[in-house]
Design a protein around this ligand. Structure first.
Ligand code: AMP
Length: 396
C-alpha cells in the first residue's frame, strides 16, 4: 500500500494527481497555476471538495512544497513518507528514451539536453523533477515520455524527405507526442472490442486543445501526426497544424510586426487554429455556441477542423491498409457528438457508420452500428494513470 503522485509540469503550471497504489484510487488532484507570479493559484480537489488559494509562488520548488503541505493540511496524507513514488510526464524523449525510466542524474541531464527539441516543455518538466528530488529525495522517481510510444515508427514514416545530414547532424525527424494517451486508449479499445491488441489495426484520434492522430498496428505506433514538434498535424485549438512552410519566410518579408521566423512560429502556435479562423475562441464549446447563433467564421473554423481530421483519418486508413476501429479521445473527442457525427458520416465509404442512439454525450465504448465494418469508439483517456502505473512497474 503506497501513494504515488503523477506530475505534469508546464512552464508556469504544475498539474498533479495522487493515487493509492496498486488500487489505482485517485485520492486527490490539483493544479498550481501562474508559477513565477505574485498571484499564483493553487487548487486542490478531494472528497468532492475544491480548495483554492492565491499567493506568490516563486518557482516549481515552491509549488511542489506548497502542494505537499496542502496534502497534509487537508489530511489527505498524514506524513510525507506515505508518498513512495513520483512519475513525471516529459514531453521530449528524443531517440534516447524508448520507454519510461527511473530518473538518475544521467537521465535528468539527458532530459535537460533534449530541451532543444521541446524548448517550452522539457525545462519545465526538469524543474518539476528537480523540485521533487530536493524535497523527497528518496522516493522512486520515474520519467514517462510523450514520445516513447512513437519510437516504434518505421524510418519511412519518421524521416522527412531531406538530405541525411539534417537527420544525422541535427536530429530533424518526426518524434510525435501524446504517446501516453494513444497507448492507453489503444489498450482500452482492444478490451472494449474483446480482441487482442496484437490483432488490431487502430486509428486513435486525440482531439483536445492539442490534436494528434496515430496509426497503430498490432499495438505499435506506425505513424503519427505530430512531427518534429507538436505544431504538425491537423488543425488545433490555437495551432495551424500542417501548412506550406514557404508561408514562413513570406510572412517575415511582408508583415511588419513579424520580424523573424520565431515570430511567425509563435503566431502559428498560439494565434491560429480554431482561435485564428473564428477570431473568437480556441474553445470548442464556445465555438459551437457561436455557430448556433449563426456566426459564419465560427462555422468555417468548425468545418475546417473537421476537414483536416477527416483527411488524416484517410491517410491512416491508407497507412494501415484498412483499420478495425477509429478511437476518439480527449476533451473534444470524448464529448463532442456533433463533430464525431460530422466526421464519421463523411467517411461512410470506408465502412464507418455511427449509431445516433450511442453517439450521445457521456457515453463511451463502441458508438458505431453493429453492421459497421470499421468500429468507432469513444475512450476517455487517462495519462496520469499510465504515469502512476509506470512508477509502480519500475519500483524496486
Ligand atoms: P483537452 O485539451 O483535452 O482538455 O480538451 C479541451 C477542449 O475540449 C476544449 O476545446 C473544450 O471546449 C473541449 N470540450 C470539452 N467538453 C466539450 C463538450 N461537451 N463538447 C465539445 N467540446 C468540449
Amino acid at each position: 500500500m503506497s501513494k504515488t503522485i503523477a506530475i505534469n509540469a508546464g512552464s508556469s503550471s504544475l498539474k498533479w494527481q495522487l493515487y493509492q497504489m496498486p488500487e489505482e484510487t485517485v485520492l486527490a488532484k490539483g493544479i498550481v497555476e501562474r508559477i513565477g507570479l505574485d498571484d499564483a493559484v493553487s487548487t486542490v480537489k478531494f472528497d468532492g471538495r475544491s480548495e483554492s488559494q492565491t499567493l506568490p509562488i516563486k518557482d516549481h520548488i515552491v509549488a511542489v512544497k506548497l502542494l505537499l503541505e496542502d496534502l497534509k493540511r487537508f489530511a489527505i496524507i498524514s506524513d510525507f513518507a506515505e508518498i513512495t513514488g513520483v512519475g513525471h510526464r516529459v514531453v521530449a524523449g528524443g531517440e534516447i528514451f524508448k520507454s519510461s525510466v527511473l530518473i538518475d542524474d544521467e537521465a535528468l541531464r539527458q532530459i535537460e539536453e533534449l530541451s532543444s527539441l521541446a524548448p517550452l516543455h522539457n525545462p519545465a518538466n526538469a524543474a518539476g523533477i528537480r523540485a521533487f528530488k530536493e524535497i523527497l529525495p528518496d522516493i522512486t522517481s520515474v520519467a514517462v515520455f510523450d514520445t516513447a510510444f512513437h519510437t516504434t515508427m518505421p524510418e519511412v514514416a519518421y524521416r522527412y524527405p531531406m538530405a541525411d545530414k539534417y537527420y544525422t547532424d541535427y536530429q530533424v525527424r518526426k518524434y510525435g507526442a501524446h504517446g501516453t494517451s494513444h497507448y492507453y486508449v489503444s489498450q482500452q479499445a482492444a478490451e472494449m472490442l474483446g480482441k487482442p491488441l496484437e490483432e488490431l489495426k487502430l486509428i486513435t484520434a486525440h482531439i483536445g486543445n492539442g490534436v494528434s492522430l496515430t496509426a497503430i498496428n498490432g499495438g505499435k505506433s506506425v505513424d503519427t501526426s505530430m512531427g518534429f514538434t507538436p505544431l504538425a498535424g491537423p488543425m488545433m485549438g490555437t495551432r495551424t497544424g500542417d501548412i506550406d512552410p514557404a508561408i514562413i519566410p513570406y510572412l517575415v518579408e511582408n508583415v511588419p510586426e513579424l520580424e523573424n521566423a520565431a515570430d511567425v512560429v509563435n503566431v502559428l502556435n498560439k494565434e491560429s487554429g480554431i482561435l485564428g479562423v473564428s477570431g473568437l475562441t480556441n474553445d470548442m464549446r464556445d465555438l459551437e455556441a457561436a455557430m448556433a447563433e449563426g456566426d459564419e467564421k465560427a462555422q468555417l473554423a468548425f468545418d475546417m477542423f473537421a476537414d483536416r481530421l477527416k483527411k488524416f483519418i484517410g491517410q491512416y486508413m491508407a497507412v494501415l491498409n484498412g483499420a478495425d476501429a477509429l478511437v476518439f479521445t480527449a476533451g473534444i473527442g470524448e464529448n463532442d457528438t456533433l463533430l464525431r457525427e460530422k466526421i464519421v458520416s463523411e467517411l461512410s465509404w470506408f465502412g464507418m457508420d455511427i449509431d445516433p442512439a450511442k453517439n450521445v454525450f457521456g457515453n463511451s465504448g463502441v458508438i458505431s452500428t453493429d453492421a459497421a465494418k470499421v468500429k468507432v469508439l469513444v475512450v476517455p483517456t487517462d495519462e496520469e494513470l499510465v504515469i502512476a502505473r509506470d512508477v509502480e512497474a519500475l519500483k524496486a
